[in-house]
Write a protein that binds this ligand. Structure first.
Ligand code: G6Q
Length: 530
């Protein structure tokens, strides 16, 4: 039960609250303030506006903020009881109220000897049992102890899943390519467009392939269609009705459906409904990561995330990287009016990170009703998009520099590259810093020798996240950082970040349309042309 003061606060409008009002007044005072002037006024601005933590440097000196802004934003977080909500999440309270579920992706990376209670049961023994199941299976596949139905060693993994059961593991496997097992090739199939599975099936050998069906519900239309196609293909190619039992595994919460599909229950890797799809790469859904990279690297990923969890729980709010990134996001969205957020990794291996983050952020906080069911009167989650630098520079950065919208950027880079070739890494990092500086300084009409087309208004905010290197440990930390950023923003916007009713309407309508096919003329014009 929340204290009374909190209850009365919840029912009043966030925008009328003291902390929000103080920020409104501050925002008026900050109008017209230039980031470059803030630098000129404080030669130690970089020193004062960065945090170093466990191989990560967070430079927020190019945000349009002062220490006062941070103080007021922290007040807002306190007013919304961030500490209390954070503790509730970590301790297994059912903060996903619309679905009546705890939110415990953080339990998946905790050491086995810790205790996390859900409905008076410690979930850690279950978490550890599944981790051991994943480890044993991974090692048996790699050693050749587990073979295909014709006795051949498995050398190909095909993960079939979509949304949260695809984007996370796929992004991680791409990001950690240098750790990929030399004798394993991994594919990820998600789209119901038959092209996706067909292009993979063209390239693989049924005798040496293991299909992983990743689906929390095991009812998702796209995944079941792709899994069925894969199963039929396998049976036909191997002329063996039973082949699926040696060539399929499942990661799911739905044991009955897995059994019905014909997958050996011993090859089912379970997880619980307190793991949301987009937060599930740490669970059994990460089996494709284990098989692609080795269990030890999956463990390092978990450890990196766990270290970030501990830091998020313990660091003071005004020095806490996930909290600060969230607060700057709130400042930019609600007080500077920025409707989008770009995420630009200067690391080719992170090329799927923006796509992963799009789901994590937009599915979590793309909502217009509070956790109490009231319509919000303020803006919530921004549009999140990105591409790796430097590619993005030659594409949409035009709009970032000279467009009519101000779009804050997060730049992410490793200090050390996994591939030291000539001067490439120097060039890469120089480009990143140049973009951040150009966004901030812009170019005046005078500097542009009177040519208005060449004027950049500047004063556009950005942050830099600089990692020692992108390895399994730091990638775990990076993902957890963004998970917590999104959590903090959801708390401040008073949302339930852990449901996703917005993706369901279209799914239901697709079913209806499919069922109506062949029943004569449709009211939906385009259908008459299919
Ligand atoms: C994620 C969403 C969604 C989900 C997919 C796949 O948070 O809920 O992206 O992950 O729809 O669902 P299944 O894992 O149940 O197939």
């Amino acid at each position: 039960m929340l204290p009374d003061s909190a209850n009365s606060r919840m029912s009043s409008d966030l925008m009328q609250s003291p902390a929000w009002q103080a920020l409104e007044i501050h925002a008026q005072m900050m109008q017209g303030r230039k980031i470059s002037t803030l630098f000129a006024e404080d030669p130690a601005r970089f020193k004062n506006c960065h945090v170093e933590q466990d191989g990560l440097l967070f430079d927020y000196s190019r945000q349009r903020i002062t220490q006062k802004t941070i103080e007021l934003l922290v007040n807002l977080a306190r007013q919304e009881d961030l500490d209390g909500w954070r503790d509730k999440m970590f301790s297994g309270e059912k903060i996903n109220t619309t679905e009546g579920r705890a939110v415990l992706h953080t339990a998946l990376r905790r050491p086995a000897d810790e205790t996390v209670m859900v409905e008076s049961e410690n979930v850690m023994p279950f978490v550890e049992r599944v981790r051991q199941q994943m480890k044993t299976f991974t090692e048996a596949v790699h050693s050749g102890e587990i073979k295909g139905s014709t006795g051949q060693k498995i050398n190909t993994i095909v993960n079939i899943g979509i949304g949260g059961s695809d984007l996370g593991p796929y992004m991680v496997c791409e990001a950690l390519k240098p750790w990929q097992k030399a004798d394993i090739t991994s594919y990820f199939v998600s789209n119901v467009d038959g092209t996706h599975i067909s292009e993979v099936l063209k390239r693989i050998n049924p005798e040496t392939t293991l299909f992983l069906v990743a689906s929390k519900t095991f009812t998702t239309q796209e995944t079941m269609a792709n899994a069925t196609t894969a199963k039929n293909w396998l049976i036909e190619k191997l002329s063996n009705e039973d082949a699926a039992k040696d060539h399929f595994a499942a990661m799911s919460t739905n044991e009955d459906a897995v059994r019905q599909f014909g997958i050996n229950p011993a090859r089912m890797f379970p997880f619980e409904n307190w793991v949301g799809g987009r937060y599930s790469l740490w669970s059994a859904i990460g089996l494709s990561i284990c098989l692609s990279l080795g269990y030890d690297h999956f463990e390092a990923l978990l450890n990196g995330a766990y270290a970030m969890d501990r830091y998020f729980q313990g660091a003071p709010l005004d020095r806490n990287i996930p909290v600060l990134t969230a607060l700057f996001g709130i400042w930019n969205r609600n007080f500077l009016g920025c409707a989008a957020q770009a995420v630009i990794p200067y690391d080719q291996y992170l090329h799927r990170f923006p796509a992963f983050l799009q789901q994590l952020d937009m599915e979590s906080n793309g909502k217009r009703v509070t956790r109490d069911g009231e319509a919000v009167s303020y803006d919530t989650g921004p549009v999140v998009f990105g591409e790796p630098g430097t590619n993005g520079q030659h594409a949409f950065f035009q709009l970032l520099h000279q467009g009519t919208d101000i779009i804050p950027c997060d730049f992410i880079a490793p200090k050390t590259s996994q591939n030291t070739v000539g001067e490439h890494h120097k060039l890469l990092l120089a480009n990143m810093v140049a973009q951040a500086e150009a966004l901030m300084h812009g170019r005046t009409l005078e500097e542009a020798t009177g040519n208005p087309q060449r004027v950049f208004e500047g004063n556009r905010p950005s942050s830099i996240l600089l990692f020692e290197e992108i390895n399994p440990y730091h990638l775990g930390g990076l993902i957890a950082l963004y998970e917590h950023k999104i959590f903090v923003q959801g708390i401040i916007w008073r949302l339930n970040s852990f449901d996703q009713f917005g993706v369901e309407l279209g799914k239901e309508m697709a079913k209806g349309i499919l069922a109506s096919e062949g029943r004569g003329k449709s009211d939906i014009g385009i259908l008459n042309y299919f």
